[in-house]
Design a protein around this ligand. Structure first.
Ligand code: DGI
Ligand code: FE
Ligand code: FE
Length: 192
């Protein structure tokens, strides 16, 4: 695949992902496109990043780790303990190598879609939030409020969703990736 082609990527995702994950992926891609329309971001980039964001989600942890080892992708402590977190890093690698993505913003949106990062671009925020609010998501608290906010004030929606994510991770005594914490701290301080 030379140029990233949405139709081809969609076909490939249908093969690589299980049914539920593929449905989620379509939800993220079209929610991201709607958010891009609303906030003046590039619609095609939103579709491509949304369609690819979980491209490494249905690999085994062994496969994700072996890709990191083979291509010298550095794993942090949280990723070593919870290799599912690697699906973002490995996904951005596959986006470049396998699906021909060259746009840095699209690559970063895939790379940072799980933990976020301080100083995210509009597209990165859109993908992070689309992943959280797509119509197939049913579990998270405050979903209706966060969904509405996402179309009014990206940073406000982001902060609410980050807060709930941290609470969820703490309640479940899950390992918090230092980047998830840094992202939350950054947006809680007004994005500075
Ligand atoms: O891949 P998805 O399920 O669509 O969504 P995702 O890539 O945002 O992953 C969601 C899960 O990741 C969700 O259960 C929260 C979790 N997560 C986010 N930040 C962290 C984290 N899990 C751990 N252990 N540590 C984190 O810092
Ligand atoms: Fe994901
Ligand atoms: Fe996802």
């Amino acid at each position: 695949m030379k140029e990233p082609d949405l139709k081809k990527i969609r076909k490939s995702m249908e093969k690589k992902l299980d049914h539920k994950r593929f449905e989620h992926t379509l939800g993220v891609a079209y929610t991201a496109a709607s958010l891009a329309m609303c906030h003046g971001a590039d619609i095609n980039n939103a579709l491509i990043a949304g369609m690819l964001h979980d491209c490494a989600k249905c690999l085994t942890n062994e496969k994700r780790i072996s890709i990191c080892e083979k291509y010298n992708i550095v794993m942090n402590e949280a990723e070593q303990k919870n290799p599912f977190l690697l699906h973002a890093k490995v996904g951005s690698f596959l986006a470049i190598e396998k699906y021909g993505v060259t746009d840095k913003d699209v690559i970063n949106a895939i790379l940072n879609h799980t933990t976020g990062r301080p100083g995210m671009s509009t597209l990165e925020k859109i993908i992070w939030l689309a992943d959280y609010i797509e119509p197939g998501r049913k579990q998270a608290p405050h979903l209706a409020e966060i969904r509405k906010s996402a179309f009014e004030d990206l940073d406000k929606a982001l902060l609410m969703a980050l807060e709930d994510t941290l609470e969820y991770l703490q309640a479940g005594k899950m390992e918090i990736d230092s980047m998830t914490q840094k992202t939350y701290d950054y947006y809680r301080n007004g994005g500075k």
